[in-house]
Design a protein around this ligand. Structure first.
Ligand code: HEC
Ligand code: HEC
Ligand code: HEC
Ligand code: HEC
Ligand code: HEC
Ligand code: HEC
Ligand code: HEC
Ligand code: HEC
Ligand code: HEC
Ligand code: HEC
Length: 318
């Protein structure tokens, strides 16, 4: 289809979306009061037709509808800066904000002029990504995004794996969260823009992990039944956190467990003294003693089935 037809189609879609197409119509005169140095978005069309004709589909097209009068905050020049000198110099790249030539910190500043440092980006300046010069344009593609939402540079998992190759192998392990299958996303647990130092219990391993509810681990959002509150808490679940016993990404052990055999996990904290029999002061007259040499006793969670906590039993037996 030729350019004029494409434009008519574009304008039709724009009208259907309820946005004002006027600033992008080629025959519309530039708005009367352009600040010095600005050319208006319309002027970019002649030499950048591909970018220009696709822009109506971009969430940033909304800037044209929001602030009709000010090119420094709308359309092409809201990101690329004043364009007159660039045009006068027949497209001299040094006379416009070309992101390919910007230092990471400048990219961040540019995008943050509109995207305020509020949730979910409230901690972006101190995030591990920012500290490593990974900024907006490493993850977002304004003009060539293949994703239907969020203008990501690649489908989310591929985007993250592009730099975190070791993590891909973890999600291929026998027990894993189904990220590669599209059921769970990295951003369900991580905030790539940087999380606040989450809960005190996670302080030793922040890793940009999201919080589900105030002060709770991301895991709780999808596994609320593990959280309680329970009449009988298993302290490590709430105090040390889920990662005490589980790997978050993948494991060669069932149930994402950190140990291949459950009892070795339990014995890290329960040393098996007196066979767990309550033989000390105040113990019942007929103590229940575990004989760990008996295989029956090695599968701890076959009896202690409510391992995350129970409302019925202090020993998590039901
Ligand atoms: C007269 C033609 C012309 C017009 C009009 C024009 N440009 Fe350009 N622009 C060019 C050319 C040619 C290049 C490539 C320069 C190069 O690669 O060295 C370019 C490069 C650019 C780049 C740099 C791309 C990169 O490599 O990072 C940006 C950004 C850009 N133009 C934005 C704009 C914007 C915004 C407008 C409207 C305000 C505009 N241009 C209007 C000709 C034009
Ligand atoms: C939200 C900010 C933003 C807006 C608005 C924007 N651009 Fe860009 N532009 C970028 C970024 C960032 C890049 C670098 C490549 C990328 O990430 O896609 C870029 C790259 C370009 C390039 C280089 C070629 C390319 O495709 O990579 C041209 C030309 C360009 N933009 C022109 C325009 C024109 C014309 C408009 C208005 C129709 C416009 N831009 C609106 C941010 C923006
Ligand atoms: C490490 C990769 C990465 C970096 C760096 C990054 N983003 Fe994102 N961003 C994402 C991902 C992934 C999503 C989608 C999150 C989701 O699916 O919930 C997203 C979502 C967004 C959204 C839409 C959700 C919302 O309402 O906030 C905006 C806006 C955004 N990012 C802006 C930015 C800006 C501005 C920067 C730079 C200051 C930036 N991002 C840096 C990966 C990144
Ligand atoms: C002139 C203000 C402005 C600038 C500068 C700007 N944005 Fe935006 N951005 C917006 C607006 C407005 C929206 C649409 C918000 C909405 O849909 O509610 C948006 C939406 C987004 C989204 C979400 C897209 C979606 O599908 O929800 C992303 C991601 C994003 N911008 C990234 C960037 C990046 C990266 C930069 C820097 C290259 C940037 N923005 C620069 C105003 C801006
Ligand atoms: C089910 C929640 C969850 C999902 C989904 C998830 N993560 Fe994680 N991730 C975590 C937690 C929790 C930690 C902290 C582990 C620790 O410190 O012991 C972590 C740690 C990390 C680390 C730092 C430690 C390391 O192993 O290198 C990286 C990098 C990482 N995740 C990347 C990713 C990527 C990329 C994805 C998506 C492909 C992803 N994560 C999906 C929960 C998750
Ligand atoms: C352009 C490369 C790049 C991309 C894309 C990228 N990261 Fe990172 N990420 C890094 C670097 C560099 C670090 C810091 C060094 C390290 O820990 O490996 C890092 C660190 C992390 C950490 C560990 C933080 C900590 O406290 O140690 C997590 C978690 C993480 N990234 C998640 C993600 C997720 C989720 C995505 C996709 C939305 C993503 N990253 C995309 C480069 C990238
Ligand atoms: C976005 C939702 C979501 C989040 C957040 C989440 N999970 Fe899951 N989890 C699932 C789903 C869905 C399954 C079902 C198993 C599957 O996908 O095959 C699952 C399964 C599990 C399993 C059982 C695995 C097996 O092999 O049977 C464990 C253990 C687990 N999750 C622990 C965690 C931990 C620990 C966290 C926090 C680091 C967490 N989950 C965060 C959705 C989530
Ligand atoms: C004290 C160690 C421990 C802690 C801490 C722990 N889990 Fe588990 N979890 C286990 C064991 C052991 C199993 C396997 C139970 C079995 O074999 O039936 C399990 C199983 C699971 C399962 C699989 C479904 C089920 O109930 O059997 C999920 C989901 C799960 N845990 C999520 C979590 C979440 C979320 C947290 C943090 C709130 C957490 N776990 C904390 C030991 C723990
Ligand atoms: C990170 C340490 C840790 C791990 C791992 C752990 N526990 Fe515990 N567990 C505790 C603590 C602390 C208590 C509370 C003890 C107390 O109050 O004296 C407790 C309490 C219990 C109780 C309640 C009885 C009592 O003494 O209060 C049972 C039963 C129990 N754990 C079983 C298990 C089993 C089975 C596993 C393995 C799946 C396991 N625990 C893994 C730390 C741990
Ligand atoms: C055959 C069922 C069964 C198996 C298997 C089992 N337990 Fe128990 N366990 C019990 C019962 C019943 C009690 C409650 C004893 C009582 O009432 O005094 C108990 C009590 C406990 C207590 C609390 C004892 C105390 O002194 O406070 C701990 C800790 C414990 N078990 C850990 C484990 C661990 C670790 C394993 C795996 C090595 C395990 N159990 C395997 C049935 C079992």
């Amino acid at each position: 289809m030729n350019a004029t037809r494409a434009l008519i189609v574009a304008a039709g879609l724009v009208l259907a979306s309820g946005l004002d197409p006027a600033p992008l119509r080629a025959d519309t005169p530039a708005p009367p009061k352009l600040p010095p140095g600005y050319a208006g978005s319309t002027a970019c069309r002649a030499c950048h037709p591909d970018v220009w004709l696709n822009f109506y589909k971009n969430p940033h097209f909304k800037t044209l509808a929001i602030h009709k009068a000010a090119p420094e905050t709308t359309g092409c020049e809201s990101c690329h800066g004043p364009g007159l000198a660039h045009i006068a110099a027949h497209g001299d790249k040094s006379k416009i904000v070309a992101f390919s030539a910007l230092a990471p910190a400048r990219v961040l500043d540019r995008c943050l002029t509109c995207h305020g440092e509020t949730l979910p980006r409230a901690n972006i300046r101190r995030s591990v990504h920012t500290a490593n010069d990974v900024v907006c344009t490493n993850c977002h593609s304004i003009h060539k995004s293949p994703t239907p939402r969020y203008l990501l540079a690649h489908k989310q998992a591929d985007l993250c794996y592009g730099c975190h190759t070791d993590v891909r192998a973890q999600f291929d392990m026998p027990s894993h969260h189904r990220v590669n299958e599209g059921v769970v996303q990295c951003s369900d647990c991580h905030n790539p823009h940087g999380a606040f130092d989450p809960t005190w219990r996670m302080a030793s391993r922040p890793r940009m992990v999201n919080q589900a509810l105030a002060n709770e681990e991301a895991c709780i959002g999808c596994h609320p039944e593990t959280r309680g509150p329970f009449a009988f808490e298993h302290p490590p679940v709430r105090v040390e956190g889920c990662e005490t016993c589980h790997f978050p990404h993948g494991s060669t052990n069932a149930r994402l467990l950190r140990r291949p055999v459950v009892f070795t996990l339990c014995l890290e904290c329960h040393n098996g003294a007196s066979g767990f029999g309550r033989t000390g002061a105040g113990a019942p007259t007929t103590p229940f003693t575990h004989n760990l040499a008996n295989p029956r006793f090695q599968n701890c969670t076959s009896c202690h089935i409510r391992i995350h906590g129970s409302n019925a039993d202090a020993f998590f037996l039901r």
